[in-house]
Design a protein around this ligand. Structure first.
Ligand code: SF4
Ligand code: SF4
Length: 196
């Protein structure tokens, strides 16, 4: 649905949306680079070589609607086809449906996945290194600037945009989750109505 809508937009509107997510994409690149530098070896040794990452359990994934929009904006048609194909051919199991032998199939994985570190990884890498710990905490604060609606945030704005275009999705948590709606109301944020 997201791909279909975006592919029908005039180039100027598509360009505006891409501009709108630019700073978020910069943030994601910085986090990915941090993860790669400080956690890739540990994660590879503990989880990925055994193909049993605790990060990527089937029940563990939480995806926001904005995750989908950002990923579609950044992906090729072939990459999105790949995600849809895997949903059609899913045979169950314990792992997330999007995990394959080369890793996650999303070009920009959901933010909850990106920001997850298990206790083992945190203890080993962050607990004895104040500088790294503080860098990670800074990333967590930056994440909230895009996702946590105590002020106007990108994730809410992208939902608004699609709601305004007549779409609805159960993943629109910033318009559906009672907790997030209360938080928005407490901070005086209006709400585009999610269709029933
Ligand atoms: S963060 Fe923890 S659970 Fe996830 S891949 Fe790394 S070591 Fe494994
Ligand atoms: S979407 Fe990707 S990163 Fe997230 S749980 Fe699935 S395979 Fe892992």
């Amino acid at each position: 649905m997201v791909r279909h809508h975006l592919s029908g937009l005039p180039l100027s509107q598509l360009h505006r949306l891409k501009q709108r997510i630019r700073s978020y994409v910069g943030f994601r690149k910085a986090v990915a680079s941090f993860q790669k530098t400080h956690f890739a070896d540990l994660c590879s040794e503990k989880c990925f070589t055994s193909y049993t990452s605790a990060c990527c359990g089937r029940e563990g994934i939480i995806t926001f609607f904005a995750d989908v929009v950002v990923n579609v904006l950044l992906s090729t048609h072939e990459e999105i086809d790949g995600l849809l194909d895997i949903l059609d051919t899913d045979t169950g199991g314990l792992n997330c449906v999007y995990l394959n032998k080369t890793g996650c199939l999303w070009r920009a994985k959901p933010i909850v996945c990106e920001m997850f570190l298990c206790e083992h990884a945190k203890n080993l890498v962050l607990d004895n290194n104040k500088a790294l710990k503080s860098q990670w905490e800074t990333f967590r604060r930056r994440e909230r600037r895009y996702t946590w609606p105590t002020r106007p945030v990108l994730f809410d704005e992208l939902e608004d945009y699609f709601i305004g275009a007549g779409f609805d999705s159960p993943l629109m948590y910033l318009h559906r989750s009672p907790g997030l709606l209360r938080l928005k109301a407490r901070h005086g944020l209006g709400n585009a109505k999610a269709p029933k």
